[in-house]
Write a protein that binds this ligand. Structure first.
Ligand code: SAH
Ligand code: F3S
Length: 457
């Protein structure tokens, strides 16, 4: 059972950011987005002001990084070179790296040699140490690394900051114990630590009070929620309790198919405020590859699961993640992924070329497939993704959908955008405010979005 840490700021730390500015750039997943909100909350609390223009002079720059694939890491390294130069010309006073790249000791070692003017490295579980880190850097002129092995305790008293009022990310758990053979997450985010149901529900109720319309419950694999708490209280139970708070819209991410239960589907079917959309990353349509990925699942069970979900929730949309070119994937195995895609007719998919990650079991397999072959497979798969995205989107033409408004077009003040229940981007003509839920009649569809006009009923 995990205990709680208390976030504290000393009197000295309280004034660290007085008359100073910060800029933060976030890479990667929603867990990182939420971490960045917490980092911002801390910086605002100690007096810093945020600036959003990277080209201005700024006191503090933080990169919240992603390590899920090599190209995600490369983006960070590219920006680091720019930051190094800005620091040399005093356009930036201090800069630090946090997130999943910073959690890897071998990378930090490399960076310390290559880019010596990085002021601090902060691990994924060390955000609580940020005031202390800044004190060391700013007042004592020290280079600081705070990268703890995974702490088991959780922090519940973070200062509050949300990017938007109408939508919020709510962590329900941290880390993952599953060790899919290609995945770096368990190494950089540690084992599962679930928050208690009481803390989660309190956060949701507080968000409702502040006018929030939609929450996304976050976990690396939400299906495993609660297994560490050993209270016989599952993700399906939590989802139901959150639905009972009557928040207008609930989503969750991510749910891996191999331990996705029918109970979750049953709860979704029972409550109108749980959005009829599931993101179920299957990764491959070939069972041998799935086994090598340590995501053992029978393809027929996956098909049966989707069939059950679609029967229970007729308006359901389903998307997935797919990796092509897992080590030694054959053409025949790849074609099984295409076959499964055609069978399910997913609404959308995030597709990736396999990327070897340090320390993972898959990275030790000698891979004989050429990158060119993998790229060709990805192109082929993406063609299918587009085809079925358009095919699914066309079904909405003439329908009326409810849209939670996120923003206004920069070029046309009469055009707004938001998401439908089914996680479709909807652009519409008409007047609205951010945070409104409006009815939109769909008049046409594009590859990855719907277009329509606001109607009053
Ligand atoms: N548990 C998280 C993992 C996020 S990673 C979740 O399911 O949300 C998002 C996607 O990135 C994964 O589903 C997978 O398709 C892809 N991915 C992860 N590791 C990868 C790797 N080493 N190479 C290529 N793609 C990878
Ligand atoms: Fe990664 Fe598998 Fe966990 S994809 S986050 S190890 S469920």
């Amino acid at each position: 059972m995990v205990s709680n840490y208390c976030f504290k700021i000393t009197n000295k730390q309280q004034r660290l950011g007085k008359d100073k500015t910060f800029f933060i750039r976030t890479y990667g997943c929603q867990a990182n987005e939420r971490d960045s909100e917490i980092i911002k909350a801390i910086l605002l609390k100690i007096g810093f002001k945020e600036i959003k223009d990277f080209n201005k002079n700024v006191d503090l720059v933080i990169l919240n990084t992603c390590a899920i694939r090599q190209n995600a890491e490369n983006k960070v390294f590219g920006l680091l070179e720019q930051l190094k130069k800005k620091k040399e010309t005093r356009k930036i006073k201090y800069f630090g790296i946090c997130g999943c790249v910073a959690q890897q000791p071998q990378i930090i070692k490399r960076l310390k040699v290559k880019i010596s003017n990085i002021d601090f490295f902060m691990g994924t579980n060390n955000i609580i140490d940020l005031p202390h880190i800044l004190e060391m850097v700013m007042l004592k002129d020290k280079q600081v690394s705070r990268i703890d092995k995974m702490k088991s305790a959780l922090v519940e008293n973070w200062p509050n900051y949300r990017e938007t009022r109408h939508k919020a990310l709510v962590n329900i758990m941290y880390g993952c114990n599953h060790y899919c053979s290609y995945c770096i997450v368990p190494y950089v985010r540690g084992p599962i630590r679930s928050r208690t149901k009481e803390n989660i529900l309190d956060e949701v109720k507080c968000l409702i009070k502040n006018g929030c319309k939609e929450i996304t419950l976050l976990g690396q694999n939400v299906n495993s929620y609660g297994i560490d708490l050993k209270q016989n209280y599952t993700f399906a139970n939590l989802l139901e309790d959150v639905a009972k708070t009557k928040i207008p819209r609930i989503r969750y991410a991510t749910s891996n198919p191999w331990n996705f239960t029918k109970e979750i589907i049953d709860v979704m079917a029972k409550y109108k405020n749980i959005m009829p959309y599931i993101h179920l990353p299957i990764q491959s349509g070939d069972e041998t590859i799935l086994k090598l990925m340590n995501r053992t699942m029978k393809v027929k069970d996956f098909i049966a699961l989707i069939k059950y979900a679609r029967k229970k929730i007729p308006c359901l949309t389903v998307s997935t993640d797919l990796i092509v070119g897992f080590p030694n994937e054959t053409n025949k195995q790849f074609r099984k992924t295409l076959k499964l895609y055609k069978k399910i007719k997913f609404d959308n998919a995030y597709t990736f070329i396999y990327s070897a990650r340090p320390n993972t079991p898959a990275s030790k397999i000698i891979d004989k497939v050429a990158l060119k072959t993998k790229q060709k497979r990805l192109t082929k798969l993406n063609k299918l993704v587009k085809k079925y995205s358009k095919w699914n989107n066309n079904k909405y033409i003439t329908n009326v959908v409810q849209v939670l408004v996120d923003g206004q077009s920069k070029t046309n003040k009469n055009i707004f955008t938001g998401y439908s229940h089914n996680w479709k981007v909807v652009n519409f003509v008409g007047q609205a405010k951010i945070g409104d839920i409006v009815n939109v009649k769909i008049t046409s569809s594009s590859l990855f979005s719907l277009n329509g006009e606001k109607i009053s009923c």
